[in-house]
Design a protein around this ligand. Structure first.
Ligand code: FA5
Ligand code: MG
Length: 501
């Protein structure tokens, strides 16, 4: 086992005590990553259904215990209110809101055209129940099934999704997405032009707005954001893309205009948030759309990514037995919208069972700004360590640690380069995120990289992360923060063979 993970030849040249640390570290690492035979239960029971486990299993109990809360349909929950508001901007669309979160690898990745080496498939990013079964990483996992059902031109689908991801105020390992799609059946028109005319007519009926929109890029771009030349004419892709953008801009405008009105009426408008709403379109990449974009909203002095979208990949529609349909799809983070809408400052709050949180939301009343009920101090602690010498690389996802809102690759974006998803890196930032969450639960507010240094002579790499502890409910004592942090450092040594500096 030791030889398996400590591949370096110089292992025996190390001092005895370090060998011992590394030995147990490597052993434990195998346990963490694959739950070796001794610790992996033979089966996992999720929502009353038993699933056999194997060497791919990596779902911790802390995630399973949160499974099935269905906050997006809980009456008066801010996520449910947000879902209903978004749905109301897509009249005539059929809403699917109760699909179970355990899906196959085929549904989550293959059916969407994820390449075999797409980093989103790796166990560092995704929670596997076993090699063929996982907790969906995005609502796109159901696209092909719903397109195949072919019951309406437009549909939305809201659900809980699961990702091994960064820890900060806008990322949580379970969050909620709404998928939406609209397609036109080209075979039901007399000519391609008649279909184009229908899309144009529909576009013209979409409400206009006076939102400030930055959209500097062309409708598609040969290298960066290609047209699906084999299947779509330039006119079709351009029009479908314009319809998509206008529909989503309308959704954002309507939701925030309503919120603004309510806040101003109740005297709750906050100084500094009175800047006019601003959105921008950014070119993106998803295996299941092309061209693709992300919408970002200006919020509290920064651009916050709220959704990904694009013109649906035609081979996907062909796999769903809908070769004649053309259209758009989007996936939006409901937490991100709810945070903007209610002024909720921290994503952990959505999981709170504290009445001081829950009683502030009522779906039959106008939107009210969330009133923080506590401001407990944050307790930052640093963990600085040397990575073990290993032939394998360490993956430090710059996007998540730098505090931006960019998500992991598990939704399709290529935020990491393609790699052999079956082999595991020496260290992945998400491993530290999970250790911190497992030990500190919701009292860990933020984990971010503050230093990355490679020794010029030894070429050893050292990383330093700052972990911020803060309870939403009470002030933490120094002793309990120290105890949690010591455990985090201890687990890093044990599981990854790092050397604390
Ligand atoms: C996806 O998941 C794509 N499947 C979206 C899509 C659907 C594209 C249909 C094209 C067509 P992405 O990984 O960027 O994309 O996630 C979409 C949104 O989910 C993000 O914009 C963000 O609002 C939200 N999100 C992602 N990760 C987190 C997280 N850890 N916590 C909270 N919200 C998140
Ligand atoms: Mg994204």
């Amino acid at each position: 086992m030791v030889r398996l993970c400590c591949s370096s030849l110089s292992f025996w040249a190390l001092p005895g005590n370090l060998r011992l640390t590394l030995r147990s570290a490597c052993a434990a690492r195998t346990l963490l990553r694959s739950y070796s035979q001794d610790t992996t239960p033979e089966k996992l029971t999720i929502a009353g259904i038993d699933y056999p486990t194997d060497s791919w299993t990596n779902v911790p109990q802390s995630i399973i215990s949160q499974y099935g809360r269905r906050l997006h349909i809980e009456p008066n929950h801010p996520l449910s209110i947000t879902r209903q508001l978004v749905e109301s901007r897509f009249p005539g669309f059929k809403s699917h809101n109760a699909l179970p979160g355990v899906v196959t690898v085929d549904q989550n990745f293959d059916s969407l055209g994820f390449t075999p080496d797409h980093p989103g498939r790796s166990r560092t990013d995704t929670y596997y129940i076993n090699e063929g079964t996982l907790l969906r990483t995005h609502t796109s996992a159901h696209e092909v099934d719903i397109f195949r059902e072919n019951s309406t031109d437009g549909w939305t689908l809201s659900a809980d999704v699961y990702r091994r991801d960064a820890v900060d105020k806008s990322h949580y390992p379970i969050f909620h997405q709404m998928e939406g799609a609209l397609t036109w059946d080209r075979s039901s028109f007399d000519s391609p032009q008649a279909c184009l005319d229908a899309i144009k007519q529909s576009f013209d009926k979409l409400p206009r707005h006076d939102l400030v929109v930055e959209d500097p890029n062309p409708p598609f771009h040969k290298e960066r954001n290609p047209l699906q030349e084999k299947y779509h004419s330039a006119a079709e892709a351009e029009l479908v893309g314009a319809h998509l953008k206008r529909s989503l801009e309308d959704m954002v405008v309507t939701i925030f205009a309503a919120a603004d009105k309510a806040l101003t009426a109740s005297g709750q408008a906050v100084e500094g948030e009175k800047e006019p709403l601003k959105v921008r379109w950014v070119e993106a990449f998803f295996p299941h759309t092309s061209p693709s974009w992300e919408m970002e909203v200006w919020w509290r002095g920064d651009w916050l990514e709220v959704l990904g979208c694009g013109v649906i990949d035609q081979p996907l529609l062909i796999r769903a037995d809908q070769p004649d349909r053309i259209g758009w799809a989007f996936g939006i983070g409901l937490e991100r919208i709810a945070m903007l809408l209610f002024g909720i400052p921290d994503i952990r709050l959505f999981w709170s069972k504290d009445a001081r949180f829950l009683k502030q939301f009522n779906e039959s009343e106008p939107i009210k700004r969330f009133q923080p009920f506590s401001k407990h101090p944050s307790a930052p602690r640093d963990v600085a360590f040397w990575l073990p010498k290993s032939s394998k690389e360490a993956i430090v996802a710059e996007t998540s640690s730098s505090g931006t809102s960019a998500p992991s690759s598990a939704g399709g974006q290529q935020t990491e380069p393609p790699r052999d998803v079956k082999s595991e890196p020496a260290f992945h930032e998400n491993d530290l995120m999970e250790i911190a969450r497992t030990i500190a639960g919701d009292t860990v507010e933020d984990v971010r990289l503050i230093d990355d240094f490679t020794h010029p002579k030894t070429s050893r790499r050292s990383l330093c992360y700052r972990v911020e502890y803060r309870s939403l409910e009470r002030t933490l004592t120094t002793e309990e923060v120290n105890a949690m942090h010591e455990k985090v450092c201890g687990e890093m040594v044990e599981k990854f063979g790092v050397e604390i500096r």
